[in-house]
Design a protein around this ligand. Structure first.
Ligand SMILES: [Zn+2]
Length: 177
């Protein structure tokens, strides 16, 4: 159980394809707990394992957003698959813990239904619209190495790359001091 540093783009680790979870053992449960601790530390709505540098097919979503009580634990999605998405779209700004202070307008389906395994190994389905659909689709993209930066043009991408590279250099310098 620990808050772990979030992998910040650009970083090749964010481009890995995540691997299916076949056994739910202590290491999977520990990964879940690290995701929960790290997501709450950063006030995120969701987080994929790859954002902690771990290429296992898991992401979590904040409980209130997922339609559960605020005091409930974040919802774990293991080996998630998209069951269906709506034809109607939503187009609004999106953030990502791997892109601090960057917001990008991303067009996504208005509704999305997911099927996944929970930490007990049981299958469940969750359908969401608006922000919940956006969040699940965003986290699911991480599992295939896709990032919200892929939705912007080359000019804006270069700008964001410069900004985040500078931020990372500043943080590295701070760590040395
Ligand atoms: Zn993200």
């Amino acid at each position: 159980m620990a808050v772990r540093p979030v992998v910040i783009w650009p970083d090749d680790r964010l481009r890995q394809e995540s691997i299916a979870i076949t056994t739910i053992d202590d290491s999977v449960r520990a990964l879940y707990q690290d995701l929960v601790d790290s997501m709450y530390a950063e006030n995120g709505l969701g987080m994929a394992a790859l954002q902690l540098g771990d290429p296992r097919r898991m992401f979590i979503v904040e409980p209130k957003l997922a339609g559960r009580p605020e005091s409930a634990p974040p919802v774990a999605f293991l080996n998630p698959v998209i069951v269906e998405v709506s034809d109607d779209q939503q187009d609004s700004e999106e953030g990502c813990l791997s892109f601090p202070d960057i917001y990008i307008k991303v067009k996504r389906p208005m509704r999305a239904k997911f099927r996944a395994m929970d930490l007990e190994g049981k299958m469940f389905e969750l359908e969401g619209e608006a922000l919940l659909a956006r969040c699940m689709l965003h986290e699911n993209d991480h599992l295939t190495g896709k990032l919200m930066i892929d939705f912007v043009g080359p000019l804006k991408r270069t700008m964001i790359k410069k900004k985040l590279t500078k931020l990372k250099q500043a943080e590295a310098a701070g760590d040395d001091a």
